[in-house]
Design a protein around this ligand. Structure first.
Ligand SMILES: [Zn+2]
Length: 406
């Protein structure tokens, strides 16, 4: 399908080709629409001084997974070590810390489509599913303890509705991972965090019990707090862990982050780390598997190809191409002097969802003959009808929902 490739010089990092990047960007555009109004999108630096990662604890706890860099020139005056970020969290804490925050401003939700690099041994890498460089649909929520349960439930709603929009509306498992042996923070803080999350899990189960199974994963939490892991199931029953929600009583304190409460006291906020799709590279890989390349129209890299039966349809085919592109459809044209059956077969193999076939007859009646991927035969519609139907079908599910509510 010509979506991406890997090569030796970039182990575990993706070369996205135009079509793959189109799918990737469609996912990001979807997530941006879902975040609008609730989250502020930010962007923190890719490379930060080692000392910052010492403060965060990554240098001690996570160094084996990190890449470090230094200026390469012999004469460079700044010879400090920098770490290439393996996570976006410290950057977001620094953004939160910039300027005094009042309890009235909370919750503050900072989102970033952050590119992170994590070292993986070469044997662990596996196509898009396990890479060394990837983009997270990451966010960190800074809130009060009282807001914590509501924030977890809100994230849960976002995760479940997102998965449903991408076609994963079957059974799901949510795992609560509790305190590991190696951890930071007091037992009282862990008791409290696990207590809140256990209650949230019960609420989720009560609301959506038919679809959602819940499990406890003892000892599998992050070193800084307990977490929910969302495991979705694809078309053929394989399970994929994608989203996480992690409650953190530790990192804001290590960085000295605080807000001013209603009694003018400095209080450390609770930090919630959350990702919906997780790694967007991996999520794209899961979508490719789930749909077996046959994407729904709103995600398909090429949504339609206009092609001709004989060359006397060429001028009209170009008109149809123009009309499709003006309507916002990702459309290509195939005017090659090949037999129509050959062209149909080739575009089917490339998983193009809609083939608009035109000849002299269609030009005269200003119509198109549409062949859909995966179904036999074709149907003839006027150009206007065809465009209307395709545009409607290519509307992302969240946009369609918003329109229906108008
Ligand atoms: Zn984080």
């Amino acid at each position: 399908m010509d979506l991406f490739h890997f090569q030796e010089e970039g182990p575990g990092v993706v070369f996205w080709h135009s079509k793959g990047w189109t799918v990737f960007q469609a996912i990001i555009a979807y997530m941006r629409r879902r975040l609008a109004g609730d989250y502020e999108e930010v962007n923190a630096p890719q490379m930060l001084d080692k000392s910052l990662w010492e403060t965060s604890g990554h240098w001690e706890w996570y160094r084996e997974n990190m890449f470090a860099a230094q200026s390469a020139g012999d004469e460079a005056e700044d010879k400090r070590w920098f770490a290439i970020k393996p996570m976006n969290c410290p950057g977001h804490v620094l953004i939160f810390k910039h300027g005094l925050k009042s309890y009235r401003e909370l919750p503050i939700r900072l989102a970033e489509f952050g590119i992170v690099h994590r070292y993986e041994p070469s044997g662990a890498m596996h196509g898009l599913m396990r890479v060394r460089g990837f983009t997270q649909d990451d966010a960190h929520i800074f809130c009060t303890e009282q807001q914590l349960a509501d924030e977890c439930l809100k994230i849960n709603d976002l995760i479940l509705s997102t998965y449903a929009d991408f076609g994963f509306d079957g059974e799901m498992t949510i795992k609560l991972s509790t305190r590991p042996d190696k951890r930071v923070g007091t037992d009282a803080a862990w008791d409290h965090a696990e207590g809140v999350m256990t209650k949230v899990l019960e609420q989720i189960k009560a609301k959506d019990g038919n679809r959602i199974r819940t499990e406890i994963n003892p000892g599998e939490g992050a070193f800084y707090g307990p977490k929910f892991e969302y495991v979705l199931r694809d078309a053929i029953g394989r399970e994929w862990q994608c989203g996480t929600t992690q409650v953190d009583f530790n990192l804001p304190e290590r960085f000295g982050a605080f807000y001013i409460d209603e009694h003018s006291n400095k209080v450390t906020p609770v930090m919630v780390h959350r990702a919906i799709c997780g790694s967007l590279e991996r999520f794209t890989g899961i979508l490719i598997e789930h749909f077996a390349g046959h994407f729904p129209l709103w995600l398909a890299p090429v949504q339609a190809v206009v092609t001709t039966i004989t060359s006397d349809g060429d001028d009209y085919a170009r008109e149809v191409l123009d009309a499709c592109r003006k309507a916002g459809l990702r459309t290509e044209i195939d005017l090659r002097n090949e037999k129509i059956n050959y062209k149909v077969r080739e575009h089917s193999l490339a998983k193009v969802p809609a083939l608009l076939v035109v000849g002299k007859k269609e030009a005269e009646s200003r119509s198109v003959s549409i062949r859909r991927l995966g179904s036999e035969g074709s149907s003839v519609l006027t150009l206007d009808e065809a465009l209307k139907a395709l545009v409607e079908e290519a509307t992302p599910p969240d946009v369609r929902r918003a329109k229906a509510q108008l």
